[in-house]
Design a protein around this ligand. Structure first.
Ligand SMILES: [Fe+2]
Length: 444
């Protein structure tokens, strides 16, 4: 029987199995380029059903309209070959179909079900974790990995990658010590493991260890940065560390040299570019012409109602360029999606729309309106996915909006939250000084 490197049955040839192992090893740590490896395999062995299902899963979990044609073609090929697939491969096809049809929850549970039945199937664990990430399901980011760990031992191929996935889940569940230990161990096993280094960066971000985080990422970058499809995001984290240390020039340099290096060819890159510029712009820093680098890359991606998280980041870029027509188009996209079907309808209705309206209000100088829209949605913003660090942009915006609105009570409240989380942050301390200046002297 043909199996993958960890003994899971495959319906393809032994040669295809080894090539799938190689492509998956790259995908596990987001090294370039698993799709090229799959395509080379399929050029010679087009009947390899797992290759099509794997490819469909990769494109599904980009949450990027740009890759929809690739997703659909892989899915069609996989479904045509489904009669020759084994049960595990068939479940991969079903999961990708559910994602393509807009039911992210069902797709994620399907990938997770594969991992329950086949606990050494690392690809299933990874796709499920990506699904949980896009669904904002922090606890499952941790527990779907934890549930397979008894079936793994040190030295098994990919064990370090599993540790990296667990590290991220632990971090999102605020087990920072456990996350840091697992992430550091995974990086030691394979220095190319950018996902594990990323988990450590998240720990540093959440604990306000900006200087230490920047140093860790710079020290490990020679391992994870070259030939990576994900390095832009790790460099985005470094840029956040720069801002938190008052190094604005450093943050802008990272935007220029790293975050924008891929030309925002992936939606995830456009998210990071927009979120970085937004943080700087909201603080009043001059970001030059950079908004006009990222905003055109959103133009083709909005209007489809694929993923509200993307639409909100598109709004940041369109507020940055002052493009009122595009801002309204984002709102219309979200309004249409909100009355549609699938997971994104809930995301758009509950979270995407109020946040988009809040950001638009901020751009118009209606800071009280920005607070009014964003504040109630922030508490449930996990429903539209992303990490705590990504959603932190909402707290960031609320601090600035409350201060600019001159709302002393609200500013005090927002800044108190911030100081509790990151007392030593110059950004937080700057807000604290401005919030205090809003307080009226007590009547004699
Ligand atoms: Fe991150």
């Amino acid at each position: 029987m043909t199996t993958d490197i960890r003994g899971n049955a495959l319906s393809c040839s032994d040669d295809a199995a080894r090539r799938l192992d190689a492509a998956m090893a790259k995908f596990h740590i987001y090294q370039a380029d698993p799709v090229a490896e799959i395509d080379a395999l399929l050029a010679e062995q087009p009947d390899c059903v797992m290759a099509h299902a794997f490819r469909a899963g990769i494109f599904a979990t980009t949450t990027d309209k740009t890759f929809d044609a690739e997703l659909q073609s892989s899915l069609a090929a996989a479904e045509a070959l489904a009669p020759r697939a084994n049960a595990r491969e068939g479940a991969y096809i079903a999961a990708a179909r559910r994602w393509a049809d807009g039911d992210l929850q069902a797709a994620t549970e399907t990938w997770a079900g594969i991992a329950i039945a086949h606990p050494t199937d690392l690809l299933a664990v990874q796709f499920a974790q990506l699904g949980d990430f896009f669904l904002g399901q922090s606890q499952m980011l941790r527990d779907r990995v934890a549930r397979v760990m008894p079936h793994w031992q040190r030295g098994m191929p990919g064990h370090g990658y599993l540790l990296g996935m667990h590290a991220f889940g632990l971090e999102e569940c605020a087990d920072f010590a456990g996350a840091e230990a697992a992430g550091r161990e995974a990086v030691a096993i394979d220095p190319r493991d950018g996902w594990a280094a990323h988990a450590v960066a998240h720990v540093m971000e959440m604990q306000g260890r900006a200087a230490e985080g920047a140093a860790f990422m710079q020290a490990t970058a020679p391992g994870w940065s070259p030939d990576s499809l994900f390095a832009f995001h790790n460099w985005w984290h470094v840029a956040l560390f720069c801002i938190d240390q008052g190094d604005i020039a450093g943050a802008l340099r990272l935007f220029d040299e790293r975050v924008s290096a891929g030309g925002f060819g992936q939606a995830l890159e456009a998210i990071d570019g927009s979120a970085l510029l937004w943080r700087l712009w909201v603080l009043g820093h001059d970001v030059g012409e950079r908004w006009s680098q990222v905003s055109p890359r959103w133009t083709d991606r909005i209007g489809h109602g694929v993923y509200a998280f993307n639409d909100v980041h598109a709004m940041m870029a369109f507020v940055g360029t002052g493009d009122r027509t595009a801002q309204l188009a984002v709102v219309e996209t979200l309004e249409r999606a909100a009355v549609g079907t699938g997971t994104n309808a809930m995301m758009s209705r509950d979270v995407g729309l109020p946040l988009a309206r809040g950001l638009m209000a901020f751009g118009q100088g209606d800071y009280a309106g920005a607070v009014r829209h964003i504040l109630p949605a922030r508490g449930i913003a996990n429903r539209f996915g992303g990490s705590h660090a990504q959603r932190d942009v909402l707290s960031w915006t609320l601090c600035e909006a409350a201060i600019r609105a001159g709302d002393a009570r609200m500013a005090d409240a927002m800044v108190a939250e911030r100081l509790a989380a990151k007392e030593g942050s110059p950004v937080a301390q700057g807000w604290a000084v401005r919030a205090r200046s809003l307080r009226r002297p007590l009547a004699a």
